[in-house]
Design a protein around this ligand. Structure first.
Ligand code: CDT
Length: 323
């Protein structure tokens, strides 16, 4: 039997600092209604989909930022999202800032069944940016201040989705740039990677030049390569547009296991894109060129897990070359 799913990326336009949760939740519910009209069975919303990308704002006292975090999901404010999912029979992925009952803060995403069960939770592992105010940067990127490194690894779950069992996994924004994130999920036979992102259109490090057009190129390059090398689909959903005066580039995409873009957003606003995914497509790569069991050589990959930073290589000398 063909296992096929209608996937959707629900890109969100900017959420301003002054916007309450009701604004974001109302827009998310409207995208859910649209997803229903377009026949989507899985809808992926962006990273930190309920608020502005608040790590661009420095707070000396992190407790002052507590209002950006969810301490429960669903809550009274977010319940309409869960109700819409139930009404339309849609499974959804949502990124948000999580504060646990014992006070830990994470950049988190959940995958929720249409009847409101959290089937999978992921906490962002690769936190970009810095912990303290950086006077050189044009805009702060304080994820290391506001979040702890995720403690759930990169889990993959075989979950019931629209009548099929599907191997689903998640990563968040910067994770997509790291081949390790993809491969750890590839090793669990992931078929569908869901990821949300908030990526500025310009490099705000102020430590060198990066051409503007390369920002989208690098995002797509890493997602397309991740899908191809791990024989999976991905739904990669952006928060887009000018948020609190700062541009996020959008360009949400849905990618197949050949690394091809099946659908792409064209606006900087709320926009839904859909694609039909035949999960059987994951078989070809998995059983041929990326048949891990046959072709991987972990004995040669020790540095990947033994080492964090890079080291200089050995220096060549005639004697060494002969060894
Ligand atoms: N949200 C997020 O992870 N954004 C980063 C921007 C990096 S700039 C410090 C990204 O990799 O897209």
């Amino acid at each position: 039997m063909t296992r096929s799913l209608v996937l959707a990326a629900a890109q969100l336009g900017p959420i301003q600092k002054a916007d309450g949760r009701d604004v974001a939740v109302g827009r998310i519910v409207r995208l859910m209604e649209k997803a229903h009209r377009m026949g989507a069975q899985v809808v992926v919303f962006p990273e930190l989909a309920l608020t502005t990308f608040f790590p661009r704002w420095y707070e000396e006292d992190i407790a002052v930022a507590d209002h950006w975090y969810e301490s429960a999901l669903p809550s009274n404010e977010t319940a309409p999202i869960f109700e819409a999912a139930r009404k339309y029979g849609i499974a959804f992925h949502l990124g948000y800032a999580e504060k646990t009952p014992d006070g830990h803060r994470y950049n988190t995403a959940v995958f929720v069944s249409p009847n409101g069960e959290i089937m999978l939770k992921y906490r962002k592992v690769h936190l970009p940016g810095h912990k303290d105010y950086d006077p050189i940067r044009k805009v702060q990127h304080l994820e290391k201040r506001y979040f702890e490194v995720g403690n759930l690894g990169f889990p993959v779950m075989r979950a019931p989705v629209a009548g099929h069992d599907v191997n689903v996994g998640m990563m968040i924004c910067n994770d997509r740039r790291w081949p390790e994130s993809w491969r750890v999920m590839g090793l669990q036979q992931v078929e569908l990677v869901m990821l949300g992102y908030n990526t500025p259109s310009l490099n705000m490090d102020n430590r060198g030049f990066e051409a503007h057009h390369l920002r989208v190129f690098h995002s797509h390059l890493t997602i397309q390569a991740g899908c191809y090398q791990n024989a999976c689909f991905a739904v990669a959903t952006a928060k887009a547009g000018t948020e609190d005066g700062h541009e996020l580039f959008g360009h949400s995409i849905i990618v197949n296991p050949q690394g091809e873009i099946m659908a792409q957003a064209t606006s900087w606003g709320d926009e839904l894109i859909v694609a039909d995914a035949d999960l059987g497509m994951c078989e070809l790569g998995r059983t041929t060129i990326f048949n891990f069991e046959k072709h991987r050589r972990p004995e040669a990959y020790g540095r990947i897990t033994d080492q964090v930073g890079s080291e200089p290589p050995a220096t060549w000398s005639p004697r060494r070359a002969a060894e």
